[in-house]
Design a protein around this ligand. Sequence first.
Ligand SMILES: [Zn+2]
Ligand SMILES: [Zn+2]
Length: 122
Amino acid sequence: METSDLVLSLEAELRLAARLLILPAAGECLACYVARMLGEFGCTGSRWVLHYRDLRTPRATALVRRLQDMGVYCDCQMFQNAYRPTLDLDSVAGIGELPPCLGVRAGSTRPCTNWERIRRGW
Ligand SMILES: [Zn+2]
Ligand SMILES: [Zn+2]
């Protein structure tokens, strides 16, 4: 194989690996997916919510508005204003180190039972 061919095939492989890395796992819920991506890449706006929606729940057109109603205007705010882990966070190293997703049915934008709604108000 020519060196240039090898480089090209490596590039293709890296691109594929990068795509797979940001792919929601089968049955993985929105919250676990976003938490996993934040752990890997950090917050860059609503990138991970939108990526999940486009791939998994393309008909969930109200998702972004529903999240905004919960005070979620970017990915990391999902875990400040909307959902928190049901288990004690002290027992895990961080938001990206949570136990595996317990799974949701296809097309759902609900979090799995790893998460609960953050209740606000008194
Ligand atoms: Zn953010
Ligand atoms: Zn989950």
